[in-house]
Ligand binder design. Structure first.
Ligand code: SF4
Length: 208
């Protein structure tokens, strides 16, 4: 590689290359784990979600995983056919179907939930400050993707009505959550908060 080549390739394209490599590792690992049971990664993610969050309706599963209801429906059909998930119909309302794990589904979920651990170890190899910068960058990227409609809404601080960014300048915890009335720093930014209330996306653009 010539010396000029260092400045020719923008850092943004190398970041994209890096993300693509991590994405490939995620897919490969997910296939390796889920594929042993003949499950797709999406089916594995549904099992994990039901194990972690309890019974869910189809629409809630699609929203949580950022997939279309049709994709979620196809995956659930297979899981039901394999005896890993059951449908529970609400009394008097056939549409109020919630999905829950069978005992076999629960043990399968415990296995498939382990696969992201290899990535967790890689993230933990970063220094705490590097993890904070990385998290902040990820949040900004997710907000940009959400704004363009490439990603399903994420219940994160920067798109939350309770988020007060940089109201404590010059401190280690510059942001504030009006829901719990507490200051917090970049390292505490949430990506899956149960108390999230959506705010206009312009807020996310201004927030960080
Ligand atoms: S309620 Fe949750 S998502 Fe909203 S600002 Fe507070 S911690 Fe963040």
């Amino acid at each position: 590689m010539s010396e000029d080549a260092f400045s020719e390739q923008p850092i943004s394209s190398r970041v994209v290359t890096g993300l693509a490599k991590i994405s490939l590792a995620l897919k490969t690992q997910a296939w390796k784990e889920a594929g042993q049971q003949g499950l797709t990664p999406t089916q594995g993610q549904i099992l994990t979600l039901l194990a972690q969050k309890g019974d869910r309706r189809l629409g809630e599963i699609a929203e949580a995983l950022g997939i279309t209801p049709a994709t979620a429906s196809d995956a659930v059909k297979v899981l039901v056919a394999k005896g890993l998930v059951v449908k529970n119909r609400g009394p008097g309302d056939a549409r109020a179907v919630s999905l829950s794990l069978t005992p076999e589904g629960r043990s399968e979920a415990q296995r498939t939930a382990l696969w992201p651990d290899f990535l967790l170890a890689a993230v933990e190899s970063l220094e705490p400050e590097e993890q904070q910068v990385f998290l902040r960058g990820l949040v900004k990227m997710i907000a940009a993707l959400q704004e363009k409609g490439y990603i399903a809404p994420v219940r994160m601080c920067v798109t939350c009505t309770f988020f007060r960014p940089n109201v404590h300048p010059g401190t280690a915890r510059p942001h504030h959550c009006a829901f719990v009335d507490a200051a917090f720093g970049d390292g505490d930014l949430q990506l899956e908060c149960a108390d999230h209330q959506p705010a206009p996306l312009e807020q996310a653009r201004r927030a960080l």
